[in-house]
Write a protein that binds this ligand. Sequence first.
Ligand code: GLN
Length: 294
Amino acid sequence: MKDQQWTIIRVLKWTTEYFASRGIEQPRTDAEVLLAHVLGYKRLDLYLNFDQPLTKRELATYREAIKRRAKREPVQYITGEQEFWSLPIKVTPAVLIPRPETECLVEKALEVARKLQICGKITHILEIGTGSGAISLALAKELQNVLVFATDISPEALALARQNAINLNLHSKITFFASNLYDSLGSGAREYFDIIVSNPPYISEEEYEKLPPEIRDFEPRKALFGGKDGVSVTREIILSGGKYLKPGGTMLLEIGYSQGQTFKDFAKSIAWISHVKIHRDYSGLDRVLALGKK
Ligand code: GLN
């Protein structure tokens, strides 16, 4: 009778095999993250309680989570959370799940902001397409004299980003507002920002079809698809953004690993840009486009 009990270890073993059979890439990790979530444990707690049997209720909740994951829904939409810049960020299917490589964009923005902050002035940052708010939240967390303005076209995303800011007690530093790119910015925003930052949609039509089901079938298309060649939204952000940057200001954009040269060439044709730099991510791939304003 006792061996029939669904203990933590038994449940994990079963789920790992099941996930593997469904083609899930990290079956054991996902099984652990979901079980820890259902039990309200940290992952390590599972290892300290391997022989603990699950209650009927816990099993039922876990079974639902397993079913969702087996249909390739991302773990983060099931648990409702993703860590970014060591901050717990709430996520829903209304927003892109923050990616580790986007921390490079935060790092570069911090480098620029910290140089500016030496002279003690308030730094004004604009984020286009904030989604869950991850980038703005990380910047607001790290910087002292800062005002962050974060836009998104999606009301659901904005509501979530605001909630994240409140949960992390960063809401006094960030103003969220609805806008399609720069459309809602008034004339008062001209040359107002030291830094414009964005992780725009940059996946091409061809790449989109090849994305894993977790991304293609669950994450918001609007946050990923950058037009036929994947560059339209980024181009638009570059073209229209110059007038909102202060002279000497910086635009920092996440780009696809194969888009570095395309945007270098494009930037050379834009009048407001004084210099262009491409930064690589931790995998050595082109990831951040930095544009300086004259
Ligand atoms: N890096 C994301 C991915 O892997 C794409 C994010 C974006 O389009 N901004 O799908």
